[in-house]
Design a protein around this ligand. Structure first.
Ligand code: NAD
Ligand code: LMR
Length: 334
């Protein structure tokens, strides 16, 4: 049997943690490589994480090489090959955006430093906790010895939501859809892009024109229905479920890490990665792009054409990311 991968999960006692840990232990994230799970919680969350650890034992997963619970970041990130940063401070009544960024800076700065000081040399980090892109930026800023491209933020859930909405609209299987992209921030300003997508090999643009009786109908569906539905799906889930998405978020985290380590097989996916200046996105912002994974790294897909509408929407989302960076700079968090 191969050497276990050490996976640290923060916020392990929460909702996403409960859905995520069993998927990882079952082999969904790293195939038949054994995993050692290191769960990090704040003291109030430790009991819940310990309960989950007991249930993980009771599941007798052949690939589970061990599970430990910590309330100390240095110990939890010790030797981590993978760090899933799920725990975050939720926005509560009366909190301004600056308060939320400040509260999360107090979490993601020290966790970035603990990753820098204690994780394995090959550590890969996925930030799920919101605001995910800027939390990833903060963590990366506190880990100067870790290459910036090892820090990512999750927009795979947005990507999967876009696939699902398109699949429903065209009555076509999700598995045959390729080259959908999410650009920008994991927020309502994101731009879900179908301009280059295909379904069963056919351009989606033409399929939508057939489905919605012409170019005007297709455009109306895109602008009035598809984009707002995907961009606001998180709020829709909270409204209907009474809690934020958990199982679908966990599933997206599995997809993101599996593709990062094993490579993408069928065209583009989407991930928040540290910008190298591609498409005019300021360097260093953690922005969602169409990406492919090979040789163990994410690569931004180059040369994607964007019409004026797409360029304006992406610019607006990137401007929001730049504002968030300015806000955390002003707070002294980076
Ligand atoms: P939850 O409240 O159920 O669980 C969060 C857990 O994090 C709690 O158990 C809490 O004790 C723990 N925690 C808080 N601060 C911590 C710290 N400093 N260190 C370790 N643990 C800490 O929330 P959830 O439903 O699991 O969601 C977690 C986060 O994921 C939220 O920020 C949510 O907004 C975000 N989210 C992101 C996406 C995405 O697509 N990127 C999707 C869904 C949810
Ligand atoms: C989601 O997209 O489901 C979440 O980011 C929503 C949230 O605010 O937790």
């Amino acid at each position: 049997m191969s050497h276990p991968i050490t996976v640290t999960i923060t916020g392990a006692g929460g909702q996403i943690g409960y859905a995520l840990l069993f998927r990882i232990a079952s082999g969904a994230m790293f195939g038949d490589t054994p995993v050692r799970l290191q769960l990090l919680e704040i003291p109030q969350g430790v009991k819940a994480a310990e309960g989950t650890a007991l249930e993980l034992q009771d599941s007798a997963f052949p690939l589970l090489a061990g599970v430990e619970v910590y309330d100390d970041a240095a110990r939890a990130f010790d030797g981590a090959n993978v760090a899933l940063l799920v725990g975050a401070r939720p926005r509560t009544a009366g909190m301004e955006r600056g308060d939320l960024l400040e509260a999360n800076g107090g979490i993601f700065g020290p966790q970035g430093k603990a990753i820098n000081d204690h994780a394995a040399d090959d550590v890969r980090v996925l930030v799920v906790g919101n605001p995910a892109n800027t939390n990833a930026l903060i963590a990366a800023a506190h880990a100067p010895d870790v290459p910036a491209d090892r820090f990512t933020a999750m927009t795979r859930l947005d990507h999967n939501r876009a696939l699902a909405q398109l699949s429903i609209a065209l009555d076509t299987p999700v598995g045959g859809i390729r080259d959908v992209a999410i650009w920008g921030n994991h927020s309502a300003t994101q731009y879900p892009d179908l301009a280059h997508a295909t379904a069963a090999g056919d351009p989606v643009t033409g399929l939508l024109e057939n489905r919605f009786e012409g170019a005007d109908g297709a455009r109306e569906w895109l602008v009035e229905t598809f984009i707002p539905r995907v961009a606001n799906r998180g709020a829709e889930i909270i409204e209907v479920r009474g809690a934020s998405s958990a199982a679908s978020a966990a599933s997206a985290a599995v997809d993101h890490m599996r593709d990062w380590t094993a490579g993408t097989q069928a065209g583009w996916t989407s991930a928040g990665v540290v910008s190298d200046g591609s498409y005019g996105v300021p360097e260093g912002l953690v922005c969602s792009f169409p990406v492919e994974s090979f040789d163990g790294a994410w690569h931004i897909v180059q040369g994607v054409e964007r019409d004026a509408f797409a360029a304006a929407r992406i610019e607006a989302s990137v401007a929001e990311l730049a504002e968030e960076r300015e806000a955390v700079r002003a707070l002294g968090l980076i």
